[in-house]
Design a protein around this ligand. Structure first.
Ligand code: PBG
Ligand code: ZN
Length: 334
């Protein structure tokens, strides 16, 4: 049947009808909010992040207060990032796995004061003096004279995960992209008696230009070189399947595609390939470019909901996004 018998516009006539046939929705339960906690701020201090309009680094108390506010607005889950004292950073990222590290303190405080599901980012880059996600060694056969050591890093990642579990975290999310990290973390958690702490693996994490605002926020830029020898090449799609396959075998409970917007094809592919809950990370650069355009008047804030919708339509179950407060405050969700 063709026009004029078939008319696609019948189902777009008015809002009531459009609502009936809508295929995809974004709800508060789909969102995970990334929050930055910083050591050394005043009691209730928060510090604006210049690369991310509207976002802050929080002291413990200010961050917990904000988390409580977001929970009242309907947020269900939060992912915690830490910015440690600069002078504590060392070659192996010690402030990432000490009991009174900033993330460990934040996890305890959020668990005590809210019912949010608490996730923690597990990586070393915010905590190492060199800013890489693993331990390093000199090696001339690399792009910038440094090798990011794989196997030596694994035990440290497991230590970080166990220290978060001790603080009460529900889910750990390794973002380092070392081979074998999910298995190392699973073993570490199980040996320490935390067999019910889940792993949300940053499975297909690309070496992306869209992380730049985050690195300023988290003070985690590599001092020398880049992350291309461990994060994925943005040109590769099928390789994402192998990354996810390995994470599943190693014991991941969630898979993730990161970034989101430039990788919608990967989200769709991974959702079709694997029966695990799929997360996408709507990263800092995606947030900042839209916020900057809204501030300039080039876009309206409807671009935010449309962006979140695209992840769900592509197949993501959950979205880590700095837009969570904006869409909750402005009642933009279904
Ligand atoms: C740390 C980490 C990064 C992000 C999440 N965890 C940055 C990086 O890999 O350099 C990026 C998040 C964002 O851009 O919003 N490994
Ligand atoms: Zn890292």
């Amino acid at each position: 049947m063709y026009f004029p018998t078939t008319r696609m516009r019948r189902l777009r006539k008015n809002e009531k009808i459009r609502n009936m046939v809508r295929e995809t929705k974004v709800s508060n339960e789909d969102l995970i909010y990334p929050i930055f906690f910083k050591d050394g701020l005043g009691d209730f201090e928060k510090e604006p992040i210049s690369s991310m309009p509207g976002e802050y680094r929080y002291s413990l108390k200010a961050g917990v207060e904000y988390a409580m506010h977001l929970e009242e607005l309907g947020l269900k889950s939060i992912i915690v990032f830490g910015v440690p004292f600069a002078e504590q950073k060392d070659e192996v990222g010690t402030p990432a796995f000490i009991d009174d590290g900033i993330v460990q303190k934040a996890i305890r405080a959020i668990k005590e004061n809210t019912n949010l599901v608490v996730i923690s980012d597990v990586c070393l880059c915010q905590y190492t003096s060199h800013g890489h996600c693993g331990l390093i060694a000199e090696n001339d056969d690399t792009d910038f004279g440094l090798e990011i050591l794989n196997d030596e890093t694994l035990e440290y990642l497991a230590k970080v995960a166990v220290s978060h579990a001790k603080a009460g975290v529900d889910i750990v999310a390794p973002s380092d992209m070392m081979d074998g990290r999910v298995e190392a973390i699973r073993c570490g958690l199980d040996e320490a008696g935390f067999e019910n702490v889940a792993i949300m693996s940053y499975s297909a994490k690309y070496a992306s230009a869209f992380y730049e605002p985050f690195r300023e926020a988290a003070c985690s830029s590599p001092g020398l070189g880049n992350r291309r020898s461990y994060q994925m090449d943005p040109a590769n799609a099928t390789e994402a399947i192998r990354e996810c396959e390995l994470d599943v075998i190693e014991g991941a409970d969630f898979l993730m595609v990161k970034p989101g917007l430039p990788y919608l094809d990967i989200i769709r592919m991974i959702k079709e390939e694997f029966p695990l809950p799929l997360v996408t990370y709507n990263v800092s650069g995606e947030y900042s470019m839209i916020m900057a355009a809204i501030e300039k008047g080039y876009l309206t804030d409807r671009a935010i909901y449309e962006t979140l919708l695209s992840f769900k339509r592509a197949g993501a179950d959950l979205i880590i996004t700095n837009f969570a407060p904006y869409v909750l405050e402005n009642n933009m969700l279904d």
